[in-house]
Write a protein that binds this ligand. Structure first.
Ligand SMILES: [Mg+2]
Length: 362
């Protein structure tokens, strides 16, 4: 069961947001899709998603070059395969594009390993449960009016989600931020949890004022109130505010999470699968969090995160942001506010090859 061939492609995938208020934005996302083929006919797939095409060809080139180093390696020896790639790419890292290039290859290795063993990934990685609580965060942008936000949130609730996350942080005052939350609250009623993501928009003083006002308004999570580099500020906010402070999506690799956890800077760790460098480091970060009693959430890519968050004891929430729907025949299933981990071997995802062909740019 050796790796025989690795291919990498770039897909320009459509994003259709017509279903939400203010949804004039029929845009595009870019996928770097890696495929790992073994000598006994297994194909593993892995991917990362970018919002813009900038550097996407360079990322695909880096992924392709590293992928060729996997040829001849054993599919069930993922750590050995990664070590080879990390050594080879070491002078370009740690962090940055090296992490993103490693990520799609690492995901593809795990998908192939699961298919080789005939096990769904969430079981292969620990199998703590077969589903994970989900929240919807698509089309809840700063650019929308409070009315439009409310309509988007209602759409998500009509689809079965009972947790939604708004982006905030661009209003002139905490009262302006609260008004946006109130508009959504009126639309969805008292039983839907409203989370907010400030996307590092505030300094510490603004974050403290807004955080207090927003927790008073009944939000259930405050994400990225300040820069991830302001660990002391993040720690202070996490300590003083009652609402859980979540952060981590901008961290690359394992090491920055150790510093973040040791600073007690987060109540919830958000791990971005691409920036972490794939499933292997993701699992290590999650274990570091578990040892400190910190729950873990995923950042986008719900198709993979549903497995990872189901596998571990401290898997908390999966973010439903459906950016890869156009390239798969498989659809994730939502049941009672939980996304179910697919039961087929590996990631349990079937590519729509005709769609991939259509969207392929390189
Ligand atoms: Mg975020």
């Amino acid at each position: 069961m050796k790796i025989e061939r690795v291919t990498v492609e770039v897909l320009e995938t459509p994003v259709d947001l017509q279903y939400v208020a203010g949804g004039s934005s029929v845009g595009a996302n870019w996928h770097v899709l890696a495929r790992v083929f073994t000598d006994d006919g297994v194909q593993g797939i892995g991917f990362v998603v970018a919002l813009r095409p900038t550097l996407i060809k360079a990322l695909a080139q880096a992924t392709e070059e590293l992928g060729q180093l996997l040829v001849g390696m054993e599919i069930l020896e993922v750590e050995a395969a990664r070590s080879r790639l990390e050594r080879a790419g070491g002078s370009m890292g740690p962090g940055g594009m090296l992490c993103l290039a490693l990520s799609s290859l690492d995901i593809a290795l795990w998908d192939a390993a699961g298919k080789t063993l005939g096990q769904p990934l969430y079981r292969l990685l620990g199998g703590h449960r077969d589903r994970v609580r989900a929240y919807a965060s698509d089309a809840l942008w700063y650019s929308l009016t409070p009315d439009e936000l409310a309509k988007s949130a209602q759409h998500h609730v009509s689809q079965g989600y009972d947790m939604v996350k708004l982006r905030l942080g661009h209003e002139a005052s905490p009262a302006g931020e609260v008004a946006r939350v109130r508009a959504v609250r009126e639309a969805v009623g008292p039983d839907v949890q409203i989370m907010v993501d400030a996307t590092e928009s505030w300094n510490e003083t603004q974050a403290m004022a807004a955080g207090r006002a927003l927790q008073e308004a009944g939000i259930s999570w405050l994400e990225d109130p300040v820069s991830h580099q302001n660990l002391a500020g993040l720690a202070h906010l996490a300590h003083v505010l009652d609402v859980p402070v979540a952060a981590g999506e901008r961290l690359y690799g394992v090491d920055p999470f150790v510093k973040t956890f040791d600073a007690r800077a987060v109540d919830v760790a958000i791990i971005d699968l691409g920036r972490a460098g794939g499933i292997t480091p993701w699992m290590k970060i999650a274990a570091l969090a578990e040892a400190r009693g910190i729950p873990v959430a995923g950042h986008v890519i719900p198709e993979v995160h549903v497995h990872l968050l189901s596998a571990i004891p401290n898997g908390h929430l999966v973010e439903y942001m459906p950016r890869s729907v156009p390239i798969f025949k498989t659809r994730l299933v939502l049941e009672d506010g939980h996304l179910l981990a697919p039961q087929a071997p590996g990631l349990g995802l079937e590519l729509d090859e005709a769609a991939c062909e259509r969207f392929r740019v390189t």
